[in-house]
Design a protein around this ligand. Structure first.
Ligand code: F6P
Length: 340
């Protein structure tokens, strides 16, 4: 077979492990693998990278993606989908393996419905894809955020100041929830639960009263019950997403004003997405890559490989992108036991 592969959306630890697994197992099946540079942009422009065994050496622990990525949406470009189809036909590709989140896989689903064979691989540090229990990259992002919280506890306690840690996750609070629980945060704020600023301040005061300093973990998409989503530039990407950020700073100012204690915000930003994947993410990414090649050889299309329990399964792409996986109330309530 001739297999095409691309990585789209935000970079994510484990992308290179998927590429390596697809190439290594593809070669064992007698396949040829072609990479596209910068996601759907490369597929539209026919910008390719040959992927042989030598190209995969040293990839397993490497962060980012050697193929490059972009948030290009072919459906927002005149003739974009036709250009992708034409590239794949010209290269004689039997199947395309797009590795990405809801946006990249949404494009794959639309292309698959017009006849292009696609086997998707889920990726996102946000862990917000409903059809898979976990996406690779999430464990690494949580690890980075959790380590940051550990470090901030010591500086907060030394300076008797409140620290507000803003983490990524867009409209899902998984990173905040897991990092906050594992880091022993005083409060965790997620987009799924509009928060009451009075209650946050009360938790901070309680923590100060116990002789320790509060750490507030806030997801970039968290919203005060009486306020609105905080965005940075007001700009939207090609898929219509606003750039989130700024809630950490706003909250730190509010906490300082109301408690009279110095409060600082730390925005972890892209640090959460950078660097080497954890062993969990390396293994998951590798298993996804192997499963994608197996699915391709089994003739599958318009599907995504997914983790269910400890098994790798196939799910229809339509199901995979139907809705976001959000933090359920009962998971948030588990974290709430430790607030204050
Ligand atoms: O989807 C992954 C993610 O890191 C989100 O958590 C975040 O909101 C967004 O991407 C940031 O995207 P960019 O790096 O394009 O600003």
């Amino acid at each position: 077979m001739r297999i095409g592969i691309l990585t789209g959306g935000g970079d994510c630890p484990g992308l290179n492990a998927v590429i390596r697994a697809v190439v290594r197992s593809g070669i064992q099946h007698g396949d040829e693998v072609v990479g596209f540079r910068d996601g759907w942009r490369g597929a539209m422009d026919g910008d390719t990278v040959p992927l042989d065994l030598a190209a995969t050496r040293g990839l397993l622990p490497r962060g980012g993606t050697v193929l490059g990525t972009s948030r290009t949406n072919p459906y927002a470009v005149d003739g974009g989908p036709e250009r992708v189809q034409a590239t794949c036909a010209r290269l004689g590709l039997d199947v395309l393996v797009p590795v990405g989140g809801e946006d990249t896989l949404g494009v794959a689903h639309r292309l698959a419905s017009t006849g292009l064979r696609c086997v998707g691989v889920p990726k996102t540090i946000d862990n917000d894809l409903e059809a898979t229990d976990y996406t690779f990259g999430f464990d690494t992002a949580v690890g980075v955020a959790s380590e940051a919280i550990d470090r901030l506890h010591t500086t907060g306690d030394s300076h008797h100041r409140a620290l507000v840690v803003e983490v990524m996750g867009r409209h899902a609070g998984w990173i905040a929830l897991h990092a906050g629980m594992s880091g022993g945060a005083t409060v965790v704020l997620v987009p799924e639960r509009p928060f009451d600023t009075d209650a946050v301040v009360a938790h901070c005061e309680h923590r100060f009263a116990s002789g320790f300093s509060p750490i507030v973990v806030v997801s970039e998409g968290a919203v005060p019950a009486d306020g609105h989503l905080t965005t940075t530039t007001g700009q939207r990407d090609a898929f219509g997403h606003e750039r989130l950020g700024g809630i950490g700073e706003a909250l730190a100012r509010e906490i300082e004003q109301r408690t009279g204690r110095e409060s600082r915000a730390v925005v972890l930003g892209h640090v959460q997405r950078g660097g080497t994947p954890t062993p969990f993410d390396r293994v998951l990414a590798t298993r996804f890559g192997l499963a994608a090649v197996r699915a391709a050889h089994a003739g599958a299309s318009d599907v995504m490989v997914a983790l269910r329990g400890t098994d790798i399964v196939q799910v229809p792409l339509a199901e995979a992108i139907a809705r976001l996986k959000l933090v359920p109330l009962e998971r948030y309530e588990e974290a709430e036991v430790f607030f204050g």
